[in-house]
Design a protein around this ligand. Structure first.
Ligand code: PLP
Length: 219
């Protein structure tokens, strides 16, 4: 099936999940994850009306998106992969949303760059809900203090939280934990749910789902 047809299916599934779980129609945004896919596979999805995209590497996004953004207005680009501090300047310049703020060093770099460039991407904090050693994200029990530090000390506006549950676990409790941390910190945007579990994430309050392979096919 073409990416265009897949996109329609995913949109329909999101709409159905909204209805089934008494969420307002249109309250869940779709971030189409285009990592590893070349521009010629992304263009048809843009032509089908999708405007919000996610990439996990700064360098790859730099090579693909300035061209694609030049062809269409209204593209919103999200960084969903770990950010290295030596890539912060490029990330602040290119991305509209950085979903992966997860440690003090990166938060400080972002604060510096946003002032320097006078460019202010929307920021989410990534939470390592499963406390997996190999995974990025702030530990759940450090999230409140980290969010407060970003806001009070660095003057950053934190408007969302993001998580990637452990692959082998039932994702529900992880989505519930992220929603709880969001409520406690007055954060409205919840970026959770991928191709295999976005409907579950919507049931737990996701306001954004990040869907790659269900649209673009296997990587
Ligand atoms: C790759 C990726 C996705 C999309 O995963 P699929 O299973 O292909 O939908 C979502 N979020 C993050 C952070 C990713 O790296």
């Amino acid at each position: 099936m073409s990416a265009r047809e897949n996109l329609e299916k995913v949109r329909a599934a999101i709409a159905a999940a909204e209805t089934e779980t008494d969420r307002k129609s249109g309250s869940v945004r779709l971030v189409a994850v285009s990592k590893t896919k070349p521009p010629e596979e992304i263009s048809p999805v843009i032509e089908a009306g999708q405007r919000v995209f996610g990439e996990n590497r700064v360098q790859e996004a730099q090579s693909k998106w300035p061209g694609l953004k030049g062809e269409t207005t209204g593209i919103e680009l999200h960084l969903i992969g770990p950010l290295q501090s030596n890539k912060t300047a490029e990330a602040v310049a290119l991305f509209d949303v950085i979903q992966t703020v997860d440690r003090e060093k990166i938060a400080r770099e972002i604060a510096r760059e946003t002032k320097k460039q006078d460019k202010h991407p929307i920021l989410y904090v990534q939470v390592n809900t499963g406390s997996e050693p190999q995974k990025a994200g702030i530990e759940p029990d450090e999230a409140d203090a980290f969010i407060a530090m970003c806001r009070v000390e660095l003057g950053l506006k934190i408007s969302g939280l993001m998580c990637i549950p452990p692959v082998e676990e039932n994702p529900g409790p992880h989505f519930a934990l992220l929603a709880k941390i969001a409520r406690e910190n007055h954060i409205e945007t919840l970026s959770m749910g991928m191709s295999d579990d976005f409907e579950t994430a919507i049931a737990f309050g996701a306001t954004e789902v990040r869907v790659g392979s269900a649209i673009f096919g296997a990587r």
